[in-house]
Write a protein that binds this ligand. Structure first.
Ligand code: NCD
Length: 313
């Protein structure tokens, strides 16, 4: 992918793959410091005054789009939400022409979500020198701000030394950009043990699981871990028939209170949302005391502020 670093600084945020550890940790520390402002819209206002951020979303989003919008506003930027469904994309305009059109209106940064794995690389190859790009989820490959907010959430609960952490990633890894970004970040931070567990049809290529231990049964995967990271079944990216039935999936892979009891007593549960209750996760776990789902959402605003500040500040 087009280089996202210029002179050692972040120019775009396209992927967590290969992002140097000091840079990743600096973003997490800054996000942690911004957390009070992120949630109450105080102090940080003004940092990006006069800058314009466009949210360019070609796929649905609740958390990511809203939190990017709040993050940009809380830094004082002007924000435009581009609705792909009402745009000239429908008339056949290419991604590159859409980019240049908005650049010509003085947009400084584009936050982009797209169904194609390569969308951000394509845009980066065509963007003007002053334009900044942030990947808000591309195809199956990258969702860097989700990876960052997941790491921030883990750090807040488990401390900064990831070498002591045992983490299980359970679910549809094959179609998940969240899993790929989490894996890049967990490896970069030196996580002690990363277990992955999914039906065979939902596992990625073995090369993508370097450094992970593949575990067949979910009970074995969660046994003794400090964190369980669940993933949504990405039915929109799946050929039919990969999963026999949702009931069977829940029976074999769903996280129930009984299964969670096999993890460490203070284990935490993460899910990027949107959750399929009764498919990946039981209600009692989703709403239970070990669930960090809403803390992840709150951290999303802080992480996106830190990223926009690093790119535009
Ligand atoms: C994720 C996404 O869109 O990749 N959602 C999110 O950004 N919180 C995960 C998903 O859709 O399952």
């Amino acid at each position: 992918m087009t280089d996202q670093l210029r002179d050692g600084r972040l120019h775009h945020l396209l992927t967590l793959e290969g992002l140097p550890r000091p840079l990743l940790e600096r973003l997490l520390e800054r996000a942690d410091a911004l957390r009070p402002d992120a949630l109450h819209g105080r102090a940080a206002r003004g940092m990006l005054a006069g800058r314009t951020v466009v949210n360019l979303f070609f796929e649905p989003s609740t958390r990511t789009r809203t939190s990017f919008e709040l993050a940009a506003r809380r830094l004082g930027a002007d924000v435009v939400n581009f609705d792909a469904g009402l745009s000239s994309t429908r008339k056949g305009e290419t991604l590159g022409d859409t980019l240049r059109t908005l650049e010509a209106m003085g947009v400084d940064a584009f936050v982009v979500r797209h169904a194609a794995d390569s969308a951000l690389a394509e845009l980066a190859a065509q963007a003007a020198g002053r334009t900044r790009l942030v990947n808000a989820g591309a195809g199956k490959r990258d969702h860097p701000t989700q990876g960052l907010l997941d790491m921030l959430t883990l750090r807040q609960c488990k401390g900064t030394d990831f070498s002591r952490l045992r983490v299980a990633i359970v679910g549809d890894i094959r179609h998940s950009r969240v899993a790929r970004s989490d894996l890049h970040a967990l490896r970069t931070l030196g996580t002690g043990e990363i277990r992955v567990c999914a039906p065979r049809a939902l596992l990625p290529e073995p090369a993508e699981l370097a450094g992970c231990e593949r575990v067949e049964r979910v009970d074995d995967a969660v046994a003794g871990v400090d964190a369980v990271m669940l993933l949504r079944l990405q039915r929109e990216r799946m050929e039919d028939g990969l999963v026999p039935s949702l009931d069977a999936y829940f029976r074999d892979y769903g996280l129930t209170p009984e299964r969670l009891a096999l993890a460490a007593p203070d284990a935490v549960v993460l899910h990027p949302g949107p959750m399929n209750r009764g498919v990946e996760i039981a209600d009692a776990v989703a709403d239970g005391p070990q669930s960090l789902v809403l803390q992840q959402v709150s951290n999303g605003v802080a992480v996106r502020m830190a990223v926009l500040e690093a790119l535009l500040g």
